[in-house]
Ligand binder design. Structure first.
Ligand SMILES: [Zn+2]
Ligand SMILES: [Zn+2]
Length: 360
């Protein structure tokens, strides 16, 4: 497709894939948080000690509060409710991401993030790991992530308290310093499908590793302790997982992980998708949930049929990288509107579709 040509709204919509079932394996079907049904107002209602603060200072203070505290304030008095409802963070989260608030509440993580951090994340765009568009919120850290990084970057995995303790030599009371998530029972899938009928208490691998470094003084000390770990009754798979988690990168790789050579020790994710939920990206133009490219599906099909031109294949799979992973990854790559417009100008499959539609 020519980069000079203006792309019509109709074409954008035709090239958008509406079947997103492959991405439906994270927290879903949670009811949206509901605003208070109280519509009364009283001029005698008071915020008590908070009344002495000038309006700007009060707003600044409330931005530091998490949604659980804001909810308590809004239930304490009518003035509190009115003040909370004027907060930009409250208005934007309730309008555009009320399910996220419910998910944070149900998993016991609502009190860990300030309302201003949630608003900032709602208005940011990038995956914390690859810097491409991140259409999901990783609940324990309040960071945006993309589907591929959730699968490929072990720093974005969740693990049990027992495994975190053993992996990073932490005690139970030390682990309480990081968010402990109470999972929502159900079926989840981020490449690996898992099913749980009961709640699990889980922590983020990245946060557990950071805590281990803080407690033991350095990453070197942590590595020395790892050598002393008694394997005891551990299965080889369990010790493999501990090794994999210890190698979790604390710095973002800053690139598409599917385009790097495959790690030899990647392990199945026992809690895939249980700590993430779709979140829109809020801009002045409105809420953007991200979109999948229909053209990329055509590219993948041509790859499977062996008809993808070699030049396209070598572009998608760099030398030394097997084509299967990067080709599979493009099927799950959600893009913001701007990134999508840029992508379809260069997407092989999109240009094939446009050609077919022109010839019809
Ligand atoms: Zn990513
Ligand atoms: Zn495409």
């Amino acid at each position: 497709m020519s980069s000079q040509r203006t792309i019509s709204e109709e074409l954008v919509s035709k090239l958008t894939c509406t079947n997103e079932l492959g991405l439906d394996g994270m927290i879903r079907k949670v009811p949206p948080a509901q605003p208070s049904a109280i519509r009364r107002w009283s001029t005698s209602s008071s915020l008590g000690l908070l009344e002495v603060l000038p309006a700007e200072l009060l707003l600044l203070t409330l931005n530091f509060l998490d949604f659980q505290s804001l909810s308590r304030l809004s239930r304490a008095c009518l003035k509190g409710k009115a003040v909370v409802e004027t907060l930009p963070a409250y208005k934007e989260m309730m309008k555009h991401a009320p399910e996220v608030l419910t998910a944070l509440g149900r998993t016991g993580l609502l009190s860990y993030h300030s309302s201003s951090l949630l608003r900032q994340t709602l208005r940011s765009e990038k995956c914390v790991s690859c810097f491409d568009f991140g259409a999901f919120l990783f609940l324990p850290t309040c960071e945006r992530v993309c589907f591929e990084c959730l699968h490929q970057n072990q720093a974005l995995r969740m693990t049990t308290l027992a495994s975190a303790k053993r992996c990073f030599h932490l005690t139970h009371s030390q682990l309480k310093r990081i968010p402990i998530m109470h999972s929502i029972p159900g079926i989840y899938c981020v490449r690996f499908q898992v099913s749980y009928s009961r709640t699990c208490r889980l922590v983020s691998v990245k946060q557990a590793k950071q805590l281990g470094i803080e407690v033991h003084g350095s990453i070197e000390n942590l590595a020395k302790l790892a050598l002393t770990t008694r394997r005891g009754k551990m299965t080889s798979r369990e010790s493999w997982i501990l090794k994999y988690f210890r190698e979790a990168p604390l710095e973002p790789p800053g690139c598409d992980l599917s385009r790097l050579p495959e790690k030899s020790n990647i392990t199945e994710d026992n809690f895939a998708g249980m700590a993430s939920i779709r979140i829109p990206y809020l801009t002045e133009a409105g809420a953007d949930r991200g979109r999948l490219c229909r053209g990329c599906q055509v590219t993948y099909e041509h790859y499977r049929q062996g008809s993808l031109p070699a030049s396209v294949l070598s572009e998608l799979a760099p030398p030394g990288v097997g084509p299967h992973r990067p080709l599979l990854a493009i099927l799950a790559r959600l893009r913001s509107r701007d990134r999508f417009l840029d992508h379809i100008r260069h997407c092989y499959g999109a240009s094939r579709l446009v050609l077919d539609w022109t010839e019809d």
